[in-house]
Design a protein around this ligand. Structure first.
Ligand SMILES: [Fe+2]
Ligand SMILES: [Fe+2]
Length: 167
């Protein structure tokens, strides 16, 4: 079994690598388009899996700082989703598309560092290792059940409503 905070870090590493791959494809929309489409689906699976299994646990165990981090994270996820949505609506390789891709990357990079230093750190301090392992199994299962973000709406969530619903 694997600690959910470790699985989240592994996904973050994957995001960094895939965005880095796009740097070499600035003049190759035929390749960059499908790579970003796959990456956008991966981002959605990850954010949804966190919203389903990580942040509810942080809200229950992480106290006030856990709630603050959750509020920030849900808002960040919406920003990332907005970038992906704009890219999906533009022609791959166009200036508009690259702007959306770059905005998605910037929002995601900022979010990952905040999540790693904030939410994940609080989770390691406040949620037992055994519980983090159990959540890790659920996180992995959720991703397996939604390949390519299949069945996920990708819709923005209101942070306050989310916190109310999961507290
Ligand atoms: Fe994350
Ligand atoms: Fe996140």
């Amino acid at each position: 079994m694997t600690d959910i905070t470790q699985l989240i870090l592994d996904d973050h590493d994957g995001f960094r690598r895939q965005f880095a791959q796009l740097d070499e494809l600035r003049d190759d929309p035929m390749q960059a388009g499908p790579i970003f489409a796959g990456l956008a689906a991966f981002l959605e699976m990850h954010a949804s899996a966190e919203e389903e299994h990580f942040y509810p646990a942080l809200l229950k165990k992480g106290g006030e700082e856990g709630e603050e981090e959750t509020d920030d994270a849900i808002g960040d996820h919406d920003e990332i989703r907005d970038g992906s949505r704009r890219a999906a609506a533009a022609e791959a390789g166009s200036d508009e598309w690259w702007k959306a891709v770059d905005d998605t990357r910037a929002a995601n990079t900022e979010h990952m560092s905040e999540e790693e230093d904030g939410a994940l750190a609080i989770a390691r301090r406040s949620i037992s290792r055994a519980e983090r392992d159990r959540l890790g199994v659920k996180f992995q299962t959720f991703k397996i059940e939604h390949p390519g973000a299949h069945g996920l709406s990708g819709e923005a969530k209101d942070p306050k409503e989310y916190i109310e619903e999961h507290s």
